[in-house]
Every structure is written in C-alpha cells, then in structure tokens.
Ligand binder design. Structure first.
Ligand code: CUK
Ligand code: CUA
Length: 675
C-alpha cells in the first residue's frame, strides 16, 4: 500500500514537471531544472535574504546550487579515494561530496564487521608479512578495472605502500575480497593501476631493497639493492588476482615512483618515474648528504619506459628466474631484450600521466617549474634508431634515449608540479604543490581542435587551499574523460575548518571545469578527517551495478552459495561432536534462532549465520562480548566464525543494527560453563 502511494506521488510529480516544461521538452536534468526555476522566477525573496544574511557572494550561491543535492536525489559520479594510512577506501558522491562508505581494506573495519571474526579475518590474513599479521596499510592509488580503456565498474584495486601489497575490491558489494603480498618487495608505490583491459594490475616499486627484503647492509646498495615492478595477472572470471600467472621485472635501485599504463596507440607499454638515479644512500648522521639532498643532485632522473607485452612474452618463454616463488625478468635480460628503456626527466619527477589517447606521457618535476611532455611516437622512433655500437646506456646497461629525441613540449606552469589529469576539452590539469594551485593548460596534437587556445599553453591557475598533492578528474584515467569536475586533494587545510587540535583534516576541493577558458572555480570544500588520501578515481555512477541484497546464503568471501547457509529458522541447530560445537543460526527481524547456546569452557565453536532477509537495508549485526566478535550481516549474507570458548561466563549476544522497533529485543545468551 505504501509503495502504491509512493508510486502515485512520483507519477504526479513527473506529470507536473513535464507540464511545467511545456510540450516537446525532455524530462529536465537536475541542472536545467534549477536553471529553469531561477531564470523564470529568480531567487526567492527568502533565498536572497539568506544569501545577504550569510554574506554569500553570487559565486557562493552558484557554487551552492551546483553542489546541493536535494534529499533523495543521487550523485551522477562516484569517487573512490584512497584512505591513506587509514588503510581504507572512501566512497564519495560527486558533486555533493557526501561520504557514502568507508571500505575496510588493509585495516579491520568494525561497521562492516571486517576483521572481527568473520570472512574479513581470512582476507586480512592473506596480507601477512612472514608470520606477522599487518592490520593497517598505507593505501595510495585506487585503480578501477577497465575494458577497452574505459572504467567498467566491476572491480577496484589499491596498493599498500608500506608493505607492498595489493587488494581487490569487488564492486558487486563494495567489499574487499583479496590481498596479495609481493614476495620480492617490502614497499611499493607505482600502483595499483591497470592495463586497458585489466589483463594486469601493476605494482611499481619505491624504496629499493634487496630482492625479497633479505638482509644486506646499505653499503652494498648498488650491487644488492633493487627496484622491482610486478604485473599481477587478474582473472575476471574468479574476480581474483592469480599469483601463479604473475611475474616481475627487476629494475635498478632508482626509487621508482608513479607509473601509468599506455593506452590506445601506446597500449602494451608502461611509464614510470624515478627520483634517485644518484643512488644516494643517506646517512646524514655520518656526515653524508641526507636523502633529500642526495636524491636531488642530478639535473635529471630517468623516465622508465617498459614494454609489458614484450615482458609477458619473455615470462611465457621462461626467460625468468624464480625468486621466492615469483618469476623475475632479470635486469640484464630486460635491458637486452627490449623490455626497458630510459629517457631523462627533469628534477625530482613525481607524476607520469598518459593522455587519453595514449599519445603523450606528462611528467611533473617537483623542483622544475615545467611539465615535460613525451611523445610515444618519438619514443618509438628513438627506440627504432638505437644502434648497439653507439647507444648510450646507464650504469646497469639499460639503453638511454636522449631527451631531445623523446620530448614533445614543455609547459611552464609554476612551482612544484606533481600530477596531471585530463578532460574532454583537450585540457590537462596539473597540481602545483608549492604554488597551491590547479593549473589548466592545453594539449596539442590531436587535442588541439578541442579548445580555443594555442597548444601547450597555460590557461588558468586556480588557487586551492593548500598544498595540493594529487588531482582527480571525472572518468579522468579513461580513454574518454568527462570534464565536468576535477577534485583537488589538498595536503594541508590550516584555517579552512574549525580547529580540531594539532592533527588537521585534509581538504578535498571540488573544482568546476565544465566551461573552456579561464573559468575554473572552486565549488566545495570537503574535510577528510580520517587519514591522508593520495589518489582518487571518479566514475559515472550509472556504470556501477552493485547488488541490492545478497541472494540468501551468499558467502561474501567467495560470492558463491555457502554450503552452511540455511533457508529458514526451522533449519537452525546446534550439533555437538566431542569438544566441537557447531551452530547454524538463522537471523531475521527481530530474533536470532537459537536464542540459547550452552557450551563448556574449552569447547571449539564453529558458528554459521544466515541473514534470511531479502528486504533492502535489513542488515543485522552480531556482537559477542568478550570474544572480539562483531559481524555485519547484510540481507542474504552467510558468514562463519570459529573460536575457542576459553572464558567461562554468561554473554548476551545482540544485534548491533537498529533493524526494527524490536531491535533491542534481538538478543540471545551464550552460556559457557566453567570446567
Ligand atoms: S603520491 Cu601522494 S601526492 Cu602516492 Cu600518488 Cu603524489
Ligand atoms: Cu537486528 Cu537489530
């Protein structure tokens, strides 16, 4: 009945809108509806008064109108932002900048019951380093799965810089399914991003160390420390990384940084920065130059140009050495067989970002006021022109292509260029860390007709607060970026928000990039009060098709029917077998079945839960005091916990989600009789 009333109301509202728009007009988008209202009627007297009272400028009012999401309306974009040292992923609606979810990835997350007895424990345990359980991560770069260079909305990958791990999140339920630990590297950075059909998830290195992080003194740096790039094979059918089909490439100990995959014309190639071609080893306490000085001595470092299709051939042909179970293309093989080339890049490079059509790689040198644009075509010609007798090599035998032969252009932007993203109007947007601005500049070549300005020129510098690191654009890493929004991920917020003590939130600023020319504006400030996000990707919301509820009996780890699922409370039971007690529990508004569990201290407990609900949002929680057990049982989910009842006592277990008027009554007793 309620549904029927709602439906009638929707039909009436729709009819009213269509009539108001006059004949022949489409149902208005949100923006045209707002525009229509204001242009027809102007701001209401109320609205004008509010604006005056609050001291809002016309720009403020426009920004508010562009970001306000009326109750019940949905954002057209979804942003996935790394949660930095929080080890999570943030899901944010754009342009409203409302946080929709915090996905536990490398860190236990209580709301999702991730890491408190259920399936999350097994997933987190995959991320062990040796025997050590690691219960946090430094998430840097989320990468959405792609099909033909476009986000396909199926999976999200993210790296843990601190421990060299990569996680797989299934966007069917926005939950982490897998963590792989890199057996050769102990930290990473240039990941995770995908090849254009998600054949591989790339994990690039950062701080060189002996392979497999074996012990070796830093005095042996040049001989024994290495960088290593890993190509994790992704199996779409299982939705998991397949370590058995993955391989790595050995690199010199140059502190490789950000990487990006070629696409379209440059499909099959990878590009990766580096910032320690000096082979600095620090040791300031012994009178050596500190790392920050030692790594910045040279005028240029090396852009790494990697032919991953060639590397894949070598791997398949067995031209690898297997170390710690990981097939590795050795550095000399990579150099000789045409897998790896270098070309110089200006001071302290950070971002390496491939243009939508794959024609160029844009590199920002943190200590150089320019971005340098490399042409893939020129790189290919320079490689073809290499001649064994005359070619320059670095000290590890890798061919070096001259900057002249690979560079297309340089654009002077200002201080501290870091990362670059793209839109649909032939513009590039670069974050300038020291200037605290978003710089909009024009691409040339095939992009020239898309904007009114000269190619390779600065168009606008938009101040942001403060010290922008990464920058993200709507559909920005695809072959066809959108162009409505850019988000500035600012490292400092200083005075932008209420003082919450010495640890301040980060500031995400939403930037309107919908018009050409000198028109960018900041629309919204969003404090991030849980960590330091590094990168984000923004996907069209309609590309995502998550489940509304799990089919009853779904195991969230396998996404298959769980063999221990039950279909009704009548199947609930407790079975004792010696010291093993196995429980099949039904969960449905507003009771657990059974409500009494009697066991003996020292019993081993295996406890299966099935939430029988199929109503959207009818989530129940399960909290068991004293045993660190906390589950989130979404509709249809089946989950299992296993533990030793080492403490005697009487424990009321209860539902943690306010699921109904009788939610408080949703409980039971776990009675553990002492020995
Ligand atoms: S890094 Cu953080 S601002 Cu990990 Cu992509 Cu450049
Ligand atoms: Cu179930 Cu509250």
């Amino acid at each position: 009945m309620k549904k029927l009333i709602l439906l009638c109301a929707i039909v009436l509202v729709l009819a009213a809108i269509i009539m108001a728009c006059g004949p022949g007009r489409q149902t208005p988008t949100r923006e045209s509806a707002v525009g229509g209202t204001t242009s027809q009627a102007g701001l209401s007297a109320d609205a004008a008064q509010v604006a005056a009272e609050r001291g809002l400028s016309p720009d403020d009012v426009t920004a508010a109108l562009k970001t306000f999401m009326p109750s019940g309306q949905l954002d057209p974009y979804i942003m996935f932002a790394s949660g930095g040292q929080g080890g999570q992923v943030l899901v944010v609606g754009v342009p409203s900048m409302r946080i929709l979810k915090l996905i536990g990835v490398f860190t236990p997350e209580p709301w999702q019951g991730y890491g408190f007895g259920g399936a999350g424990n097994a997933i987190l345990a995959q991320g062990k380093v040796g025997d050590n359980e690691i219960l946090w991560g430094d998430t840097h770069h989320p990468g959405l799965s792609e099909t033909n260079g476009e986000y396909d909305g199926q999976f999200l990958f993210i790296n843990d810089k601190a421990n060299a791990r990569v996680a797989v999140i299934d966007l069917k339920d926005f939950a982490t399914k897998q963590i792989v630990k890199n057996p050769l590297a102990i930290n990473d950075h240039g990941g995770s991003f995908v090849t254009p059909n998600t054949e591989y998830i790339i994990e690039g290195p950062q701080y060189a160390a002996p392979l497999g992080w074996e012990y070796s003194d830093i005095a042996n740096y040049k001989e024994e420390y290495r960088g290593v790039m890993t190509l994790w094979k992704f199996d779409r059918a299982t939705g998991r990384i397949d370590p058995a089909q993955s391989f790595s490439i050995e690199l010199p100990p140059y502190f490789q940084d950000l990487c990006d995959a070629g696409k379209k014309v440059s499909d099959g190639w990878l590009f990766c920065n580096s910032f320690n071609t000096e082979l600095a080893t620090g040791g300031v306490e012994d009178g050596n130059p500190p790392f920050e000085a030692g790594t910045a001595k040279n005028d240029t470092d090396y852009l790494h140009i990697v032919n991953w299709k060639k590397a894949e051939e070598l791997y398949k042909a067995g031209k690898v050495e297997t170390i710690k179970g990981m097939p590795l293309i050795r550095l000399d093989t990579a150099a000789k067989e045409g897998v790896l080339y270098f070309t110089p890049e200006p001071k302290s490079p950070h971002g390496a970002d491939v243009t939508p059509g794959g024609e160029y790689v844009v590199v920002g040198g943190k200590l150089d006021p320019h971005v340098t644009i490399y042409s893939f075509d020129k790189i290919q010609k320079a490689i073809a022109a290499l001649n064994e007798g005359t070619m320059t090599k670095d000290e590890f035998g890798v061919p070096v292509l001259s900057l002249d032969s690979t560079m297309e252009a340089q654009v002077e932007l200002g201080l501290g260029p870091l990362h670059t993203v793209y839109d649909d109007k032939g513009y590039a947007y670069t974050s300038l860390f020291l200037d605290s601005v978003v710089a909009r500049w024009t691409l040339g070549g095939p992009y020239q007709g898309l904007h009114p300005e000269e190619p390779w020129t600065l168009v606008q510098k938009l101040p942001v607060q403060y010290n922008i690191g990464h920058i993200a654009a709507a559909e920005g890493d695809t072959s066809s970026p959108d162009g409505n929004y850019v988000v500035a991920l600012n490292k400092w917020s200083i005075d932008r928000f209420a003082n919450v003590g010495p640890l301040l939130p980060q500031n995400f600023q939403l930037v309107d990039t919908s018009q050409t020319g000198d028109t960018m504006k900041v629309l919204y400030d969003m404090p991030i009060g849980m960590a330091e996000p590094h990168y984000a990707q923004i996907i069209k919301a309609d590309k995502l098709a998550p489940l509304e509820v799990y089919p009853v009996g779904t195991n969230p780890e396998t996404m298959q029917q769980d063999p221990n699922a039950i279909t009704g409370p009548d199947q609930a039971k407790v079975v004792r077998n010696g010291n093993n007690v196995e429980i099949w529990m039904a969960v449905v508004r507003s009771h657990f079945t059974p409500e009494h569990i009697r066991i003996k201290q020292g019993d081993h407990v295996i406890w299966h839960f099935t939430n029988l609900e199929q109503t959207r949002d009818a989530t129940h929680g399960f909290a068991l005091p004293g045993y660190n057990i906390n589950l989130s049982l979404e509709p249809g989910k089946t989950e299992t916990i296993e533990f030793d009842a080492n403490m005697s006592g009487t424990y009321a277990y209860y539902c943690t989600e306010f699921c109904s008027a009788l939610h408080l009554e949703m409980l039971g007793y776990f009675m553990v009789e002492p020995n």
